[in-house]
Design a protein around this ligand. Structure first.
Ligand SMILES: Cc1ncc(COP(=O)(O)O)c(C=O)c1O
Length: 428
């Protein structure tokens, strides 16, 4: 009754675009580590982490205590005053990224950070042309929805940007029906074709997520970004890496996705997991690009003491607890277990991802690869009933997204996969 009332009030007072998971949506009232509890006190293993945002885990004292202390000292001053934690965080991010990335700007979300990346690159290049990938997602604002290559999210096609969309490195659904590696990574060449045929020759930037998050954890082949970077360098086009979902150790081997792919972007955009759930976003860029904003500009809340303190504490927690390494090892186990599940359940068309960012694409038929969003719904509901939270995504909403807090263990993975196994058995 209580939940129905809350749902009714949600629907009455919030924009209709603010969607909810599940036939009967739930309220997550409390979290601890990799677990959350709903309004009835039911416990769930959280394999979605608030959309890859609770990077370390829920309610971690080593992260929350310094935040509470900061709130009690001073919550806000604005960027017109020196903010020690903001400066320390910028220095820390410089240490984590290549030497040519020197200047950091903090904002409040991934959308805003991508907006800033578009602003500096369009100003620097005196061009409003952007090359983006199909199946991408870069935010919900006027410019970013148009940089996104998924119809479902494009509430408007009016845009300050002229966007050219290259094919996604989506091996499972290769637009040319080729197979890796004999394909020669044809999708990378598409960027060159786009530059030479559809642009004026002077695009402001190329933007890509190392793994396409909302797009369904589409994971490019290993050489893809190296090839893309060669093309971009040849044409002098800056590379914006949108690390909103992939940053801070989630991919296992490295701090960022671009490092896992061995490339050197000119701008790195981040948000979500940086402060373990406290709102923050930002970007790091070369000196040249950062100097492109010549007018006055500020973000009232950007780099505020509370978010910066949370981010520093979270980065310390990730480093001291070797969570990046944990993501690598536990993530490998997760994929292994999911491949076993794929042998059992014919609806599982593809398992992909890196570290603790793993997608399961569901199809009605493995031959035709017809998307099966209805099976995702059933599995999601079945998992919920059994105490597991999972995400979904993809152009056809037919991909299960698993991106738990980085503290999850092999035992958690086994529990999650066993639950999925039961949910699949029931769903098909
Ligand atoms: C890759 C990527 N970029 C940008 C955004 C937008 O971030 P925010 O929702 O914080 O504005 C998202 C959000 O899901 C994202 O996944």
């Amino acid at each position: 009754m209580d939940d129905l009332d809350l749902l009714r009030r949600h629907q009455e007072s919030l924009f209709p675009s603010v969607g909810l998971f599940y036939d009967e949506p739930i309220e997550l009232r409390r979290g601890e580590g990799q677990f959350v509890w709903d309004e009835h006190g039911r416990q769930y293993l959280d394999f979605f982490g608030g959309i890859a945002t609770v990077s370390s885990g829920h309610a971690i004292p080593e992260i929350n205590d310094p935040v509470k202390a900061q709130l009690d000292r001073i919550a806000h001053s604005s960027t017109l005053f020196l903010i020690r934690s903001q400066i320390e965080l910028a220095e820390r991010i410089r240490e984590m990224t290549p030497d040519h990335l020197n200047k950091v700007l903090f904002v409040n979300s991934g959308t805003e950070a991508n907006e800033a990346a578009f602003l500096i690159t369009t100003l620097n290049r005196n061009s409003n042309e952007l090359i983006a990938l199909r199946h991408s997602y870069h935010g919900r604002s006027f410019a970013t929805i148009n940089a996104s290559g998924q119809r479902g999210w494009r509430s408007s096609t009016l845009s300050p940007l002229q966007v050219h969309y290259a094919q996604s490195p989506y091996c499972y659904r290769c637009p040319w029906d080729l197979h890796y590696p004999s394909c020669g990574v044809r999708c990378a060449d598409d960027i060159e074709e786009i530059v030479t045929t559809t642009t004026s020759g002077n695009p402001a930037a190329f933007i890509a997520e190392p793994i396409q998050g909302v797009g369904g954890f589409i994971t490019p082949p290993p050489e893809y970004f190296v090839r893309v970077q060669e093309i971009l360098n040849r044409h002098g086009i800056p590379f914006i890496a949108d690390e909103v979902q992939t940053g801070w150790g989630r991919m296992g081997v490295t701090d960022f996705g671009f490092q896992a792919y061995g490339v050197n972007p000119d701008v790195v955009v981040f948000a979500k997991g940086l402060a373990n759930g406290v709102p923050i976003g930002g970007l790091i860029a070369t000196d040249e690009l950062a100097s492109a904003i010549r007018s006055l500009s500020l973000s009232t809340f950007g780099g505020n003491p509370v978010s910066s303190t949370a981010a520093l504490a979270n980065l310390n927690y990730i480093a001291t607890n070797n969570l990046r390494e944990n993501a690598l090892l536990v993530g490998a186990h997760l994929k292994e277990r999911l491949f076993e599940l794929q042998d059992k359940h014919t609806a599982i068309g593809d398992v992909r991802g890196m570290g603790l960012m793993v997608g399961i694409e569901l199809v009605r038929d493995r031959q035709t690869k017809e998307p099966a969003p209805e099976i995702v719904s059933k599995v999601q509901e079945g998992a919920k009933r059994r105490g597991l939270i999972i995400g979904r995504g993809g152009l056809h909403a037919n991909t299960i997204r698993l991106c738990p807090p980085l503290i999850v263990t092999r035992d958690d993975v086994d529990a999650a996969v066993d639950t999925l196994d039961a949910a699949f058995a029931e769903a098909s």
